[in-house]
Design a protein around this ligand. Structure first.
Ligand SMILES: O=C(O)CCC(=O)C(=O)O
Ligand SMILES: [Fe+2]
Length: 369
């Protein structure tokens, strides 16, 4: 595709370089062959240079097409119907445009968040674990469509983690995959209003402010409209979002790269826990979303450690310095990081209020496997 065509979807008011991302074919099964090891090295190299890469997906993908169709139908409903999809135990469900806060400013994104869908009978829900509860689905068709898409993205996530372990030269090739056993995978189904039709609660042209995401890998799909920007790693610049919020950082400077929508790909980039594990060899990629002239739909799936997993710097990288390193050997309890981030983003949500009232944050202190 020509550069002119790729640039034609650039959202207004967002000066940026156009990204030409590397695209990889991911094998159905990762065995540790020489080809797999080489591929793993190329993935790591692409993330270190560009902060993001693309994986090819089948050109006919009814799972993704159905998820887009159901997501659009959900967001097209009247506000009251959408807003009824909330839960006071989990952060799953609807987030109105202007409700989410990034770096103190309202995001214009409208979101349905999917977290692990757990019945009241689940022992973790009964034991009042923070963020654990049912997903307030709008209807069964939507539920099936989103669960199918998450399962598809999960298979990419598992294979990518194995390849990453090879690419990083880990002695234990399963070390990353072991962390995601019964992983706290979740997904954000997103709609962005057109730039000229917002409710005025945020800042003109800003869809979601600059941020990093929390776990191991972010796997995303976007429609043809365009809006995503990433900030590739820059020598000497280290964010440690688990210590000090990376939200809002460098939001309006000149280092942003536009990720043009491409057919038949998922984009993939590292999250905070992969940065911590690798002592910043693979930094969590800051990204943001700009509003375009048309409405935009996207999915961001998060391939995460088990809620109760404790991430510790990998021994192969623990002397690398820069984020993690020798001072942080006690590790990070992933569920605590996740909960802190959601409490920060939705302080007024019913879930956050009931967690404070019921003292559920204290339950976190008794966890860790
Ligand atoms: O809209 C996108 O492409 C990305 C959204 C995003 O960054 C998020 O939901 O965390
Ligand atoms: Fe994100």
């Amino acid at each position: 595709m020509s550069g002119v065509h790729l640039a034609s979807t650039l959202p207004p008011h967002h000066p940026a370089r156009i990204g030409y991302l590397r695209t990889f074919d991911i094998p159905e099964v990762v065995t540790g062959s020489a080809t797999d090891r080489k591929l793993g090295e190329l993935l790591v190299k692409a993330w270190r240079q560009d902060g993001i890469l693309q994986v090819s997906i089948p050109s006919t993908n009814p799972t993704l097409a159905t998820a887009f169709e159901k997501s659009k139908a959900y967001f097209a409903q009247p506000h009251e119907q959408k807003a009824a999809c909330v839960d006071d135990q989990s952060f799953a469900g609807y987030i109105a445009s202007g409700e989410e806060i990034t770096a103190g400013i309202a995001d214009y994104s409208e979101i349905f968040t999917v977290t692990k869908d757990l019945p009241e009978t689940d022992s973790r829900v009964q034991n009042r674990w923070p963020c654990h509860g049912p997903c307030p689905w709008p209807n069964t068709e939507y539920e099936i469509a989103m669960k199918n898409l998450m399962t598809q993205m999960e298979t990419y996530g598992d294979r990518l983690l194995k390849l990453t372990a090879y690419g990083l030269g880990l002695e234990d090739e399963n070390e990353l995959n072991n962390l995601v056993e019964d992983g706290w995978h979740h997904m954000r189904n997103l709609r962005f209003p057109p730039v000229n039709n917002t409710n005025g609660k945020g800042v003109r042209g800003r869809g979601i402010g600059s941020h990093t995401d929390y776990g191991l890998l972010v796997i995303a799909a976007q429609d043809h409209v365009g809006g995503l920007f990433v900030r590739p790693p820059i020598e000497g610049e280290v964010y440690e979002n688990w210590k000090t919020s990376a939200a809002g950082a460098h939001e309006n400077d000149s280092q942003w790269v536009y990720v043009p929508p491409m057919p038949n790909v998922f984009t993939v980039f590292p999250g905070d826990m992969l940065q911590y594990l690798t002592s910043s060899h693979l930094p969590s990629t800051p990204h943001k979303v700009g509003l375009n002239t048309a409405e935009r739909f996207a999915f961001a799936y998060f391939h995460e450690p088990n809620f109760n997993a404790v991430c510790k710097p990998l021994k192969e990288f623990s002397h690398a310095g820069g984020g993690g390193g020798e001072k942080s050997n006690e590790g990070i309890h992933y569920g605590t990081h996740f909960t802190n981030m959601f409490m920060r983003n939705y302080p007024e949500r019913i879930t956050a209020k009931s967690m404070r009232e019921e003292g559920r944050m204290e339950v976190l202190e008794g966890l860790a496997r």
